[in-house]
Write a protein that binds this ligand. Structure first.
Ligand SMILES: NC(=O)c1ccc[n+]([C@@H]2O[C@H](COP(=O)([O-])OP(=O)(O)OC[C@H]3O[C@@H](n4cnc5c(N)ncnc54)[C@H](O)[C@@H]3O)[C@@H](O)[C@H]2O)c1
Length: 253
């Protein structure tokens, strides 16, 4: 899929990894719209929607279509964190909290992928038979979650698990599905967290020995968009970081 001139929606493009991706795709000549709860610093086409609400997502994608034209790429970088112990005297995670994390992170990814695929299936394929690419964002916490991340890990694991079945289903239409599992990236989600545990986590990245830069995430998105052989897979983007065991208690959602 070529970037220049193609229409992309970045869900979660109001902040962090999504904002940098939206800016970088626009810089490369794409027609970019952002779907988010907040516009943040994004100054282009914008539609407000909660990704867990399928009617709102449909409405937002229709509204953005008038600005970006045919949808060729759906990049989902929305997400919320949630941490806390599941049982015992310091128990914090409730069924309601768990459900909300699944609703936004997992169900939201499915709703976006479904809505995007419907629009791509109804479009003309390019000369190579490709109609579009859907890129989701999970987390390496899905593979090695710390104590206190059961809800977030389960939600992100669900995104990883749906990647292959969706790629297999959408493949005959010329639509690819790929998931990026980031390690630690310096974004508002991570930078707001403070304390010895966070400093220690930062030190666990092997090489480069620093958290990722959102530009490096955007470069991965651009590569996936352009490389047709990338499909049905989950790509770790983590500088060889492996989440150590230990207690994770710095998310407040
Ligand atoms: N930053 C990291 O270190 C890191 C590591 C692993 C995975 N991730 C994942 O990468 C993605 C982006 O993270 P980020 O650090 O850029 O976070 P961020 O908080 O800066 O950006 C997330 C965006 O998603 C939007 N959003 C949240 N809930 C929404 C909803 N229900 N509907 C619509 N929009 C919603 C927010 O408004 C925000 O603009 C998330 O899925 C996150 O879980 C981040």
């Amino acid at each position: 899929m070529k970037i220049k001139g193609s229409g992309f929606v970045i869900a979660g493009g109001g902040s962090g990894l999504g904002l940098t991706t939206a800016l970088s795709l626009r810089e490369a000549g794409a027609r970019v719209g952002v779907l988010d709860l907040k516009q943040g610093e994004w100054d282009g086409a914008f539609a407000h929607a909660d990704v867990a609400d399928e009617t709102g997502v449909d409405r937002a994608l229709d509204a953005l279509a008038s600005e970006i034209g045919q949808l060729r790429g759906l990049i989902n970088t929305t997400g919320i964190g949630h941490s806390g112990l599941s049982a015992g005297p310091d128990r914090k995670v409730t069924a309601e909290g768990f459900r909300r994390v699944l609703d936004v992170n997992t169900l939201g990814s499915f709703i976006l992928a479904q809505a995007a695929a419907e629009r791509m299936i109804a479009s003309e394929a390019d000369k190579q038979g490709e109609r579009g690419v859907i890129i989701n964002t999970s987390s390496i916490v899905a593979f090695e979650g710390q104590i206190g991340t059961a809800a977030y890990a389960a939600a992100k694991g669900g995104i990883n698990a749906m990647t292959l079945p969706l790629a297999r289903e959408f493949g005959p239409y010329g639509i690819r599905v790929v998931t990026i599992a980031p390690g630690i990236f310096e974004t508002p989600m991570f930078s707001q967290a403070r304390g010895p545990m966070v400093d220690w986590l930062r030190e666990q990245v092997i090489y480069p020995d620093r958290p990722g830069d959102a530009v490096e995430f955007a470069e991965m998105v651009a590569h996936i968009v352009c490389n047709r052989m990338l499909n049905g897979t989950v790509i770790r983007l983590d500088g060889a970081y492996r989440v150590p065991s230990g207690r994770h208690d710095w998310w407040v959602d």
